[in-house]
Design a protein around this ligand. Structure first.
Ligand code: SF4
Length: 423
């Protein structure tokens, strides 16, 4: 499906459904007008499931698969969009200025979808120096950012002291800098090296300056899938345990999914179910997962493509449906982010009418997903323009999803069109 087809879908409501573009009614009133349209399954029908989703009931993974495989795109978008306004009323779409930098590209995990890493001792391996961080951080400040999203490989020799020293040094140099850093697999790797609990590793990192934990490395949480694509990384249950420990420490986190490779639809839905379960276990005064961000596997030159013949076959239509399913299956996560980096401007704009309320970062720097073929790029002006074109008001935010004033006189990135798609 093309972006134009999708725009047609959202402008022309499904039979007996009201127009979702101007959605402003009470959900009960909207739900009452969803057509009763039972489809083939002895125990499930589309209409019942959509009504239950609108009431924030947890659909089972099997019910999610039934909806995903049988509901029309217009129906999923309609309900995803309605749930978006339940969680985030108003016409704003948030975005952030930060950069995705890397501590090291040395990694022993050997994920089959990753072109970023280098084995220990490789000529192109590196550990980022403090001088390099200074340049990156000062440039980020000039572009209006205040945060580093800092991640790296599973370096066999870098233990907890490396990261606590690094975070302290960066915070001493730049007290206002926010560190959205590492991810559950890196925390699990450090815990293994140090023979410490996830909680104690995270506590030491937090005391050294860690502000929040990205949801990296979730891919698909099924251990069947992880054995095949990322065997050297923590398993699905360990990923979730790190997040549970982060929530105990009141660290805010995000949840992600990289889909469209070797997983089944049921494994996608079980992934949603695991995320919402962990979110439901967080302490009452913790924010837990602030956002969910799904993106399609990028396949360019990856071993997963060469050996397992996995291709990125996710169409624009399927991505939009997955954004809507994210809303439907995750009624206890407030923000859903569209990944413009992997799907481009037009599809990400459609996602804003299917349940997404956030456009993520301008990503001053990004090296991991880009190494597997993600080519899209935006400046701060460009991202705001794209949000306006889709009919929304852009609003700069911080990592806590609090609104920020756009700093005056910020520099715009100079994006080179060669090798990139600049929108
Ligand atoms: S995705 Fe991360 S953990 Fe996996 S090989 Fe790449 S750098 Fe290592």
């Amino acid at each position: 499906m093309t972006a134009n087809n999708i725009y047609f879908c959202i402008r022309v409501p499904p039979p007996n459904l009201p127009d979702v573009i101007l959605f402003s009614e009470k959900i009960e009133s909207v739900a009452s007008r969803i057509v009763q349209a039972p489809r083939r399954h002895p125990d499930m029908n589309i209409s019942d499931l959509l009504h239950r989703a609108l009431r924030h009931e947890w659909l089972t993974p099997e019910e999610g698969v039934f909806l995903f495989e049988n509901a029309t795109t217009a129906e999923l978008m309609y309900v995803g969009n309605a749930m978006r306004y339940q969680h985030v009323p108003g016409n704003t779409v948030t975005w952030i200025i930060d950069r995705n930098s890397n501590t090291t590209n040395v990694c022993i995990a050997n994920c089959k979808f990753c072109n970023f890493y280098r084995r220990p001792g490789h000529d192109e391996s590196y550990i980022t120096t403090i001088e390099e961080y200074k340049q990156k951080i000062e440039e980020t400040f000039r572009f209006g950012g205040e945060q580093l999203l800092l991640q790296g490989g599973h370096h066999p020799d870098l233990g907890l002291a490396f990261y606590t020293d690094l975070f302290k040094q960066l915070k001493d140099l730049y007290p206002t800098l926010k560190l959205h850093a590492l991810g559950p697999p890196e925390v699990a790797h450090i815990a293994k090296l140090e023979k410490m609990s996830h909680y104690d590793v995270l506590k030491a990192l937090q005391e050294s300056g860690l502000d929040s934990l990205p949801g990296a490395g979730a891919e698909i949480l099924s251990d069947r899938v992880r054995r095949l694509i990322s065997k050297g990384k923590c398993g699905g249950e360990e990923w979730l345990d790190v997040m549970r420990a982060a929530h105990q420490l009141r660290l805010t986190t995000s949840a992600t999914m990289m889909f469209g490779h070797i997983e089944t639809n049921l494994e996608r839905m079980e992934h949603f179910a695991a995320m919402r379960q962990v979110q439901s276990e967080k302490p009452a005064d913790a924010k837990g997962f602030l956002a969910f961000i799904p993106w399609p596997f990028q396949d360019e030159d990856t071993i997963l493509k060469k050996i397992k013949r996995a291709r990125n076959a996710v169409t624009g239509d399927e991505y939009v449906r997955m954004i809507a399913m994210s809303r439907i299956m995750l009624p206890n996560i407030v923000n859903i982010q569209a990944s413009w980096l992997t799907v481009g401007k037009q599809i990400a704009q459609v996602c804003l009418h299917a349940g997404a309320n956030d456009w993520g970062s301008i990503m001053i720097e990004e090296n991991v997903v880009s190494a597997a073929g993600a080519r899209f790029r935006f400046t701060a002006d460009g991202i705001q323009q794209a949000i306006r074109e889709a009919g929304f008001v852009p609003q700069l935010r911080n990592q806590q999803y609090e609104y920020r004033e756009l700093p005056q006189g910020i520099m715009q990135q100079e994006l080179k069109a060669a090798g990139m798609i600049v929108d």
